[in-house]
Design a protein around this ligand. Structure first.
Ligand SMILES: [Zn+2]
Length: 232
């Protein structure tokens, strides 16, 4: 899984913890980083600003931010008027597809990443999907990723020319603690990453699913989370 430094990889970078570790993995694998952030009018838009800081910290070759207004469609706690759930237990989180699921989001993101990759001549997309801590999200599952790869093979010029576009999800089956430990070995700037679904300004709420999973991950990894929480 190594590539010469002249080879380009598109990395879907949200400014969150998982995508930042994923970008660091792509850098370790020897790729020139082309970070792509989608500003979808999410509730936690502070992560777009963090993605810019992450791109600088990781020495990205390029960082592109594309605006896509998913709030116009709604249907999610992250883009609509639905409240972000707080203080949920692990079994409550895993019971059903959470209201923080954004309809079509990762399909849209991967489509844009593939378009970007085609233009750049990149054959690899790095994607920070994970099925362990977010098992309720259908668009993080391996069968979804494989299906998108097949669609790209069939529906892109790169695919027609036999080059294809590979989607790598190196964190897919890792726990949050394992992801954090990997990030530490790759000098990930965790202090810049943002995970909260419902921040108060730039401060993480400490109570939403994403905050709870992040806090537990740092605790299990035995390291201090450098970000600030409204409720610890
Ligand atoms: Zn939160």
């Amino acid at each position: 899984m190594t590539g010469p430094t002249s080879e380009r990889a598109v990395v879907l970078a949200s400014g969150g913890l998982d995508s930042t570790v994923t970008a660091a993995v792509a850098r370790r694998d020897g790729y020139a980083l082309h970070l792509l952030t989608i500003a979808y009018r999410q509730r936690h838009a502070v992560e777009v600003e963090r993605s810019r800081q992450v791109a600088t910290a990781l020495g990205a070759h390029q960082h592109v931010v594309i605006d896509v207004d998913l709030r116009a469609l709604g249907g999610s706690a992250l883009t609509g008027d639905i409240s972000v759930p707080k203080h949920r237990t692990e079994s409550e989180r895993n019971r059903e597809v959470p209201v923080t699921y954004v309809p079509g989001r990762n399909l849209i993101f991967l489509s844009l990443a593939a378009a970007h990759a085609e233009v750049l001549g990149a054959s690899v997309i790095y994607f920070g999907a994970n099925v362990i801590d977010y098992s309720g999200y259908p668009d993080c599952r391996p069968e979804f990723i494989q299906a998108v790869e097949a669609a790209l093979q069939a529906g892109t010029k790169a695919g027609m020319q036999g080059k294809g576009i590979e989607i790598r999800a190196p964190l897919l089956r890792m726990t949050k603690a394992e992801i954090i430990k990997l990030g530490l070995t790759l000098n990930v700037p965790f202090h810049l990453t943002h995970s909260c679904y419902d921040p108060i300004g730039p401060i993480a709420c400490g109570q939403c699913d994403s905050c709870l999973i992040r806090k537990r991950g740092f605790a299990e990894a035995g390291v201090v989370d450098p970000i600030q929480y409204e409720v610890c």
